[in-house]
Design a protein around this ligand. Structure first.
Ligand SMILES: Nc1ncnc2c1ncn2[C@@H]1O[C@H](COP(=O)(O)OP(=O)(O)OP(=O)(O)O)[C@@H](O)[C@H]1O
Ligand SMILES: [Zn+2]
Length: 636
């Protein structure tokens, strides 16, 4: 909950943690429009050059009188009429009396008043062939004309191919040949289970596979079948890639890795052929591991909305993977490890027996897990004796392995910048603050703004402290960071997995606390509560429309959580809004009431904030005259 500055566009790409950048080389290729236009021009120019060569003689425009004269002379071989325009050929060349040119191809107009009955008769007796085809062009130009679209398509195709090929790092010759899926030599995968911490139960599930890869014959002799594919499912940064590498490293087998999203950026057909090559290589050196990251990019359930052009490619690539997995009996010893953040959207065909028939959930680490992960990442870091990894782990619920690796790195960077020999707890605390709250911004705030921000944050904090069951307040700060003027951070003691109604109401009340404090103290509200209100709205609508916490609506899912259209009548939707509003109103009333009744505590926090700018958990509770509930956090 933060008090934010003037409204701004939300940060883009905030969701992608920076350590993922090593994943995909490059972004989407730029379309080279310049090259596209040049290709079109060249094809057109070629057409005109060729057609001017093969076109025999040009078309002569003649008068109607001249035309009827030629008809009467039975010199007209054929005509093509469209409305009153006529084009045609003569049997023998004639001279146009007007221009003096000799011609065989002609064009003319029939005057509206002409006696066409008479003309018909003349044409009939003159044995003129009346065709429906324009005949003024020669055979070659006709051919060219009909070929034009084909030529254009071919040009376009070559151009796309070139692009596709260069994307894969080869010329045209490299088309369809796999260049990217280079195996990592067995010896080069140095990662082992030693490097993976805090997810032992996941490791245990993979130990069997490592054992199989080490000595497939042991299993073959007994006719035991091992899974061909293992799906690692879990949030980003929880170590799925790391695990796959560790399996290869432990078993000392070659490791092939590819990201599924790379396949669908290829042109149609190439993705599938790359999959084929990938598996071919893997089989050659089996036992081996094929790791496919972001498998949901191609394994999304079929029939869903596909991007333009990407749809077919996705399906072909997916089918190829399925074929490859069906194709090997398991005796070859190629194990496919897939990773996804969204197992629920995967095509069921992928999860059928004989494919990814084992799913391993890789969850967020618990406190003990976080301690272990911090242990792994601080192995090479000289640390001050007073640094307690346990303590750090307790203050970082919800963080992934990747977050923790980042935390250690930030702390080491800070210590180095400060010219220290060892990383201290203070460095860790500052690094954590920077990661959790954002980097501080050096702007000078007018004093009245500071005070108002302090009241806003104190409002959030005090409600967090006073409501039973609310997450403890970890930090309050009125140092501007990013677009936030101040921040209040509260995180649960233990890792929470489900929320009950009183807790959610508490969250709403707490989020409204900033606004309520401004209301209580100043009688007016500022724009600083925008983020708070977004949160409030999201929770309240969720309670009513998704989690069945409104009696009026009942236990129905009305607002799907994936941003799809709500499945309900307008009346029900209006009722959802009404119910959400009721909950928010009740919470706001409560917030104002609590703050009014505890004005001394509110003022206490504000005074401390104005003095210290940032308060930690103990400082915040002390300033409010409360004893902290959670100096000794109890895990699970
Ligand atoms: N359990 C863990 N133990 C030790 N380090 C970890 C662990 N989990 C993650 N890390 C660290 O985080 C980094 C990123 O993790 P990794 O790339 O494996 O995550 P991921 O689950 O594959 O993420 P994504 O879904 O984004 O691909 C690892 O290289 C490692 O440094
Ligand atoms: Zn706020």
């Amino acid at each position: 909950m933060e008090r934010s500055g003037p409204p701004q566009a939300p940060d883009k790409g905030k969701g992608k943690p920076p350590w993922r950048s090593e994943g995909l080389p490059g972004g989407k290729p730029k379309i080279n429009w310049w090259r596209f236009v040049v290709t079109l021009l060249v094809v057109y120019a070629a057409f005109f050059v060729v057609s001017s060569f093969v076109d025999s003689g040009s078309v002569e425009t003649i008068s109607y009188t001249e035309f009827t004269k030629q008809v009467n002379a039975k010199n007209v071989k054929d005509i093509y009429a469209q409305g009153l325009s006529v084009e045609g050929d003569l049997r023998a060349a004639a001279k146009n009396p007007e221009s003096g040119e000799s011609y065989t191809k002609f064009a003319t107009e029939i005057p509206a008043f002409a006696n066409t009955d008479q003309l018909d008769q003349q044409l009939a007796t003159g044995q003129v062939e009346i065709t429906s085809q324009p005949i003024t062009r020669g055979f070659f130009s006709n051919l060219l004309l009909s070929l034009l679209p084909v030529l254009l398509l071919a040009g376009l195709w070559i151009w796309i191919m070139r692009r596709g090929a260069s994307m894969m790092g080869g010329g045209l010759g490299g088309l369809g040949k796999s260049k990217a899926a280079k195996p990592v030599e067995a010896a080069k995968v140095r990662v082992t289970f030693e490097d993976v911490a805090g997810i032992d139960e996941v490791e245990n599930e993979l130990v069997e596979i490592v054992d199989y890869l080490k000595d497939p014959d042991k299993y073959r002799r007994l006719g035991a079948k091992l899974p061909k594919g293992v799906l690692l499912a879990g949030p980003p940064g929880t170590g799925k890639t790391l695990l796959a590498r560790a399996v290869a490293g432990e078993a000392k087998v070659p490791y092939f890795s590819a990201s599924a999203s790379e396949f669908i950026e290829m042109i149609v057909g190439v993705g599938a052929s790359r999959v084929r090559d990938l598996f071919e290589e893997a089989r050659k050196v089996a036992p081996s591991i094929v790791f496919i990251d972001e498998i949901d990019a191609i394994g999304r359930a079929r029939g869903g909305a596909g991007g333009i052009g990407g749809h077919d490619e996705r399906e072909q690539t997916l089918n190829q993977i399925l074929t490859e997995m069906d194709g090997f009996s398991g005796a070859e010893g190629v194990i496919v490890i897939g990773a996804t953040n969204r197992p629920e959207i995967l095509d069921p065909a992928l999860l059928r027996p004989g494919r990814f028939d084992r799913t391993v959930q890789v969850g967020l680490p618990d406190a003990a897990g976080r301690t272990a992960i911090l242990g792994v990442h601080t192995r090479g870091v000289p640390m001050d004796g007073e640094v307690s990894l346990d303590q750090l782990a307790k203050t970082t619920p919800g963080m992934t392995g990747a977050d923790l690796a980042n935390l250690v790195n930030e702390a080491a960077l800070l210590a180095a910048k400060r010219g220290k020999e060892k990383v201290t707890m203070a460095d860790f605390a500052d690094a954590l603050e920077k990661l959790q709250l954002g980097a501080a911004r050096s702007i000078v705030m007018p004093e009245d703004e500071r005070v108002r921000t302090a009241y806003h944050e104190a409002g959030h904090a005090l409600l967090g402290m006073l409501q039973p069951g609310a997450d403890p307040v970890r930090k309050i700060s009125i140092i501007p960071r990013g677009r936030a003027l101040g921040v209040t951070l509260s995180t649960p003691d233990t890792d929470r997995y489900a929320y009950d109604e009183p807790y959610l109401r508490g969250r709403i009340t707490g989020a409204l606390g900033g606004m309520a404090a401004e209301q209580v103290v100043y009688g007016v509200i500022t724009t600083g509560a925008e983020n708070d209100l977004e949160q409030v709205t999201m929770i309240a609508r969720g309670m009513v429309g998704r989690w069945g916490m409104s009696e009026k609506i009942g236990p129905l899912t009305i607002l799907p959580n994936d941003g799809q259209q709500p499945q309900a009548s307008p009346v029900t939707l209006a009722m959802v809004d009404e119910e959400a509003r009721r909950i928010v109103d009740e919470c706001y009333e409560r917030a104002v009431q609590v703050l009014n009744g505890n004005r001394d505590k509110l003022d206490g926090i504000v005074a401390a904030l104005l003095e210290h700018e940032t308060l930690d958990e103990a400082g915040a509770y002390a300033a409010a005259g409360l004893t902290s509930r959670s100096t000794v956090a109890i895990e699970q």
